[in-house]
Write a protein that binds this ligand. Sequence first.
Ligand code: ZN
Length: 497
Amino acid sequence: MKLSIAVPIFSLAATSVFANFVKERALPLVQSNQLRRVLLRSELLAKSQKLEQIAYTTPGRNRVVGSPGHAETLKYISETVVALDYYEVTTQSFTVPMGNSTLLVGGTAYESRLMTFTPGGHPVAPLVAAANLGCDPADYPAEISGAIALISRGTCEFGLKSALAGAAGAIGVLIYNNVDGALSGTLGQETRPEGSYPPTSGISKADGLALLASLPQTGDLNIILVDVPTYNIIAQTKGGDPENVIQVGAHSDSVEAGPGINDNGSGSIGLLEIAIQLTKFSVNNAVRFSWWAAEEEGLIGATNYVESLSQEELDKIRLYLNFDMIASPNFVYGIYDGDGSAFNQSGPPGSAEAEKLFQEYFTNDAGLPWVDVDFSGRSDYGPFLEAGVASGGLFTGAEVLKTEEEAAIFGGQAGVAYDVNYHAAGDTVANLNMGAFIQNAKAIAHAIATYARSFDSLPAKSVKRSMPRTDAFQISRRFTEHDAHSHGHGCLDNIFS
Ligand SMILES: [Zn+2]
């Protein structure tokens, strides 16, 4: 950096820092009840309507990464927080491989959906069925070499099936559903030791069985991937100690199927409204809001962000709180199980304390029931856990069915999904439970206000990363231990059976 000799005594920058200092000193220190009081259901609703309108004025009627709806969402959020003049707003750009899968067999087009982490490619080759469920190398006959493998869903992960087919020489993979409906899924991780993935897509059970019955046949599978640019939005309070940060995050993108108003308009709008209302107060600790892009494509935005931070920067994040789906129509008040009491997977030190803060808030302040929800890393807090950052958050449920016991506690319908419109066109404003939405927004405000005042309730910084993560935790992060679908924790599509 080159210094100018004629530096004015009061540079513009110095003046504005002074002005901010004066302005923030004049604001009252944030208090939970005061921040909660200025959160209005009508504002959550109006901003959710804004997101739906953004989606519906675009051809795809969605807010998926790379779409005009997502671009407008990012513009809306960033312009809103910049205009507050209370935050340092930065963006972090990256690209996401997005694509399209087409399948032609005997002149007929079949619906196919590429699996997350598949490579692109255009194999035209005989279709050859794998034996059994394709979970064992012995399930792949010699003829699979140079062919497109046709494999049933079930028992083991999609990623294992694809890798084993690749190891046997397959140049394409079609996995057909074992229940009715189209099959979307993820290979779970970028690479696997068993083999390299051929281009891999999912098809419906009906189509898979029809193709099996029609062999021999030649398939034409075309998966085209393009790198789509997008960005995370990070807004940190200008005031507060930047060495001790409470970070909160929600993903800004939807899936392709619909406008994504619960998933995750709700978390995004909840944080945006709190960011607006927080400007009425001062903070002791810095508060960092984050809106992640490409969660639905595999936690890509949050992963990029965490990987971009040095250990020194990671150490400044005393706690990360994640909010993904906080207004499900058939909701539970779910709190991530940071102490591992219910799901036997605890987070880094501080995670248990964050869970306790929410539990005490719901019980004592809001007078509402709550339930532990599994802490497997199936949303943007996953990369933070992997980096050893204490984490927590709230979740009102996705595709899993509400139990009788939960219906007795929370109301709603037993035997029905927490969100029947999860990852579907019906995830609209009308899909939201506004009561759950405002209650969760207030719970988030409570956590932000509490930690913006003090981190006394968390373990000291020095012990933050003293506890190694368990093997069990590492395994589940690779999505090999559980069927993510059956636990219903966030947005990633299922990996198997
Ligand atoms: Zn989500």
